[in-house]
Write a protein that binds this ligand. Sequence first.
Ligand code: TXA
Ligand code: MG
Length: 330
Amino acid sequence: MSRAAPVERQRSPALRSASADAVAAAADVLRSGGLVAFATETVYGLGADATQDEAVAKIFQAKGRPHFNPLIVHVASLEEAGRYAEFSPEARALAAAFWPGPLTLVVPLRDDAGLSRLVTAGLRTVALRVPAHATALALLAAAGRPLAAPSANRSGRVSPTTARHVLADLADGIDLILDSGPCPAGIESTIVDAGARPPRLLRPGAIPRESIEAITGPLSTPCDHFQLVAPGMMKSHYAPRARLRLDAVCPQPGEAYLAFGPDAPAWPLSLNLSPAGDLEEAAANLYAHLRALDAQGASTIAVAPIPGKGLGEAINDRLRRAASPRSGTP
Ligand code: TXA
Ligand code: MG
């Protein structure tokens, strides 16, 4: 008699629409130490229970992420955040103004936080945020745990704004992907070091600098040699396969073109971030358009100039990083 074949490790994760049942199943996966990809208002995150070392280790493994690069911890409320970190009056004011929402605060870690040390990469600070997306909030409520969740892409690659992007990048090692459709903001959260005087903008993101400065006054910005304070902000990041040529008013023969605004030249291989010239629309489309043009196989994507104000700061930041020379595999 032949015996049943040994159960093979499942290579391809389940992709489920984010119904109440699927969220409940995802919460079980998380509590038992598995990985779940889920939508936030910014990009899809790859979540694990932030209190379990082994679960958090799986995130680094699945993404190919260096262990010195700490993770953002997603929590259900400011009150819960207070269990893991110290909030100065200024940090509290920022949280009150922008949570739930795409602001990540770097704040001093409490000694009794109980978070895995892998999450913070041994730092004495922790990056916390309360997401606004209904799926993320439902999952946090159902799991009842803080969720460590970096963007659900392979380390150094373009962040995912749909469940299909996650599947394309990271099929191996994830237990479940909750599909909630495209992420509304499409660009990562703004990260502020709330412990610095004045507070420091570590990563421009979905909340424009100007909105934060309306509360804090002028933010400082780290220079490149200070990058260890935001270890993930390496120069070459968010990279598609193709080379990027920035501030390109006219594409050249053979190039794909990432256009912006109503006056874009007609071009055969081209996508427009926002024909109306709207920066919110451009942010929402940025990663999906980069992926789509990349998939066409052009060796260079020429990118139209994008204004630098408001969300333009984050868009230009990601484009500059995507255009930086990179080492390693293409
Ligand atoms: O919108 C977002 O922020 C998404 C969604 C899923 O929430 N998450 C995200 O995570 O972009 P990730 O891991 O791709 O980027 C987090 C950044 C990294 O650059 C990391 O170095 C930085 O946050 N970071 C995390 N903890 C930190 C800390 N204690 N101090 C300074 N930077 C920190
Ligand atoms: Mg990321």
